[in-house]
Every structure is written in C-alpha cells, then in structure tokens.
Design a protein around this ligand. Structure first.
Ligand code: CTP
Length: 398
C-alpha cells in the first residue's frame, strides 16, 4: 500500500520508543522506504541498529554528523518525505514544534517539511493532561499537524490513564490514510455499516450472526484514505476503530436503523455491509429465562426487524448513492439482482459464503458487483483490495 512512498519516522526519548521498531517494520512490509531520525534521548531507549536492520537505511541523529552523505542532510530528508510520523512524540518535541524551535536533527527537519505531518504522543497522564501540553497540541492542529491521540491504559510509569502510544497498527493505518491514495473522494460524506447486530433475549442471551465486521471496516478505512468524511455505524466487533473515521457503536437492528436513517439526508454515499438480523425476540425478558422443570421444549416468538436498506432506498434523495451487500448460498446473482430492484439500490456487492475465501471469516473476499446495467466478478482478494475495487465502482457509477 505504500509502494514508492518515502516515510520519515521520528523517534523521541520515551519508553514507547521500542514500539517505533514495530511501526518501522510494518511500514517496510507495506513496501515504504523508511528513513529514521532519532533524538539524542531516544538513543537511551533503543539503538539505531534496530531501525537500520529493519529499514536498511542509515539512521540519522546528529545534524552535524560528517559521516553522512549529502542526501541525508536535513533539508534533503524533508524534501524527500511523502509523510512524517513522530512516534513516540514526547512533550518536549511537541513543545518545540509548536513554538518553532529547531535545535536538533528531528526538529530542524520537521520545520523544513511540507508534506503531511503526524504526531503520536506518548507520556505520563499528568504530562499529557497538562494545559501547556494541550495548548501546544491545539497549536499543532491549527498548523495542520495530525495528532494520533494516545490511548488510555496502564502506563509504564505505573499510572492508569491516557498517554499510552496508539497501537502500531493504528499508527500505520493513519500513515496509509494520509499518503497512500489519491483523494478522489474528498468532500463526500459516506456512511458505512459493519458487523453483526445482537438481538437480546434476556440479560445473558442474544441472537446474532458470524459477521466479523472486517469487510465494512475495510470499506470505511479505504474511503477515509481516499479523503471521504466517513461515519461507520458498527455492531459489536473486535476491531480497532479505523484511522480518521467516526465510529458509532450500536447493538441491535433498531439502533442501527436509528443511527443510519437519522444521517441519510446529509450523506452522499451509504454502503451497508452490516449483517443485520431479520428477526428479533418479540419480548426481551428482564430476568434470565429459566429452564422449564417439566423438561418441555421452548419456542421463541420472533418478529421482523425493519429492513434498513429498503427504507433508505424508499427515501433515497437525489444524487444519493446506495450500495448494499448480499450474502447468499445459492442463486447468488439472481437473488442479489432481486434485492437491488426491491431495495432501489445503485449497486449490490454479492458474495457466496460457500465459496472458498469469501464471506465472514478471514481477510479475503470474492465479490460480484452488480448494478442495473453491469456485473463485475472480482477474483479472490484481500478485503482491503475488495473495498477499493468497490469504491472504484461506486465512483465510476456516480
Ligand atoms: N439489510 C438491512 N436491514 C435488514 C436486513 C438486511 O439493511 N433488516 C441489508 C444488509 O445490510 C445488506 C442487504 O440488506 O446490505 C442484504 O442483506 P441480506 O441478509 O443478504 O439479505 P436480506 O435482504 O436480509 O434477505 P435474505 O436474508 O432473505 O437473503
């Protein structure tokens, strides 16, 4: 995803510096060329050898190092970069950047960089919450820096709270979103639904399905990386929020109906990848349903949920693009076409769960994209690639 891109990784002196090696490795696996600048303090936490072994470029620390070729002089590194990430970013580098201080290789290079600049802070909770640091963060945002907020959790200093470096995979997602794609969806408002819904029976039981949310999360992430303003309405899944996407967590089909239909009027493209329950229990018991003492069977009365996509199709506004998914085990194309017509869709992405590599499980899918006048069979590919092919088709048809 980052083939041909030059990523400049700045590493500053904090315990989380070891996680920068993971970030570096993930960037290289995504085929990026990675240059690393370490501050003097970072050298106390991790050695340049680690990064050099991973990215095969000489790590820079000292502005006045006579052993470097001209190409790694700070202006050259700044000019070459497609994106800069500082991870971890200490309160010190944040303060320096916010105030134009350039007194070492990293800060001088950053001042000369015109490409997108990402900052992933990591520090003690009290330092992070300090109004001086927060003012500096606000200032950096005003200057166009992208801040990847730290997470909450147990910190190395023994505190529990915010200040933990965002996960390496989340940071790499941000980098991909920032520089991997042409921004052909800029200005478009996109709503994506993902994951299963859970229909409660009682306080301990619910009806659900095997959806993992991976397809919908890939679509949301891909649309954000193409510049769209994305809201992801998600059922319960085990996935991290995609970078740059607003996530609205829901539980039931009724919650999803509310959160999506209330956004319909302000949305250009709606993509419904969620596996929504078609039925829910007629009543939700306040207490756990107990077994019958006489050993008799139990029947559960179920009622239909609203078909969200049908409602959206019936209320489609002019120029709005509606894309559904269709999961079938037989007569896939024929049944999916019927759904396209019935729900007034512009496109339906059909997949047959019985086909190897397709459906809920795993990181791949096999989609057939069906519109009123076209039918495109995509080969087996990663859900990320399938997401981009789906978005390509939507952009072509709009
Ligand atoms: N869908 C929806 N609301 C529902 C059920 C489904 O919005 N209550 C959407 C799904 O998000 C998907 C599309 O409709 O985009 C098709 O879902 P699918 O389960 O394949 O088909 P159904 O229309 O539910 O029909 P069936 O289950 O009978 O195949």
């Amino acid at each position: 995803m980052l083939k041909g891109k030059n990523i400049l990784l700045g590493v500053t002196g904090g315990i989380a510096a070891y996680k920068a090696a993971d970030i570096c490795s993930r960037l290289v696996k995504n085929h990026a060329n990675v240059d690393v600048i370490m501050t003097e303090n970072a050298l106390n936490f991790i050695t340049p050898n680690t990064f050099e072994g991973l990215c095969h470029n000489k790590v820079t620390t000292d502005t006045f190092d006579r052993n470097h070729p001209f190409e790694v002089e700070h202006i050259a590194l700044a000019d070459k970069a497609d994106c800069v990430i500082i991870a971890p970013a200490t309160a010190n580098i944040i303060g320096k950047l916010a105030n134009g201080i350039a007194d070492d290789m990293l800060s001088t290079t950053l001042l000369a960089c015109e490409c997108p600049k990402l900052i992933a802070p990591a520090m003690n909770t009290h330092m992070w919450n300090n109004p001086i640091v927060q003012d500096n963060i606000e200032k950096l945002k005003r200057y166009g820096f992208i801040i990847i907020d730290p997470e909450s959790g147990h910190l190395a200093c023994g505190y529990n709270g915010s200040g933990k470096l965002a996960k390496p995979e989340v940071i790499v997602d941000w980098i991909i979103n920032t520089c991997a794609h042409e921004k052909d969806m800029k200005g478009l408002k996109v709503v994506v639904s993902a994951g299963p819904t859970c229909e409660d029976l009682d306080p301990v039981r619910f009806l659900t399905n095997r959806s993992t949310g991976k397809m919908g999360y890939s679509i949301a992430s891909a649309a954000a990386s193409r510049g769209a303003d994305v809201t992801l309405v998600s059922g319960p899944v085990e996935l991290p929020a995609p970078a740059g996407v607003e996530v609205v967590n829901i539980r039931s089909a009724a919650d999803m109906f509310r959160e999506i239909t209330s956004r319909q009027d302000r949305t250009d493209i709606i993509i419904k990848a969620a596996a929504v329950a078609d039925y829910r229990p007629v009543t939700v018991a306040d207490n756990k349903i107990k077994k019958k003492d006489d050993g008799s069977d139990l029947s559960l009365p179920l009622e239909r949920t609203d078909d969200i996509l049908k409602f959206l199709g019936d209320h489609k506004k002019a120029g709005q693009f509606l894309c559904g998914f269709s999961m079938e085990t037989e007569n896939m194309v024929e049944n999916s076409r019927k759904k396209l017509e019935k729900k007034n869709l512009d496109l339906i992405a059909a997949n047959n769960v019985k086909v190897e590599g397709a459906g809920f499980r795993g990181d791949t899918n096999v989609l057939t994209l069906i519109s009123r006048n076209s039918e495109t069979e995509l080969p087996l590919m990663s859900k990320w690639d399938a997401a981009h092919r789906l978005l390509d088709e939507i952009m072509r048809l709009r």
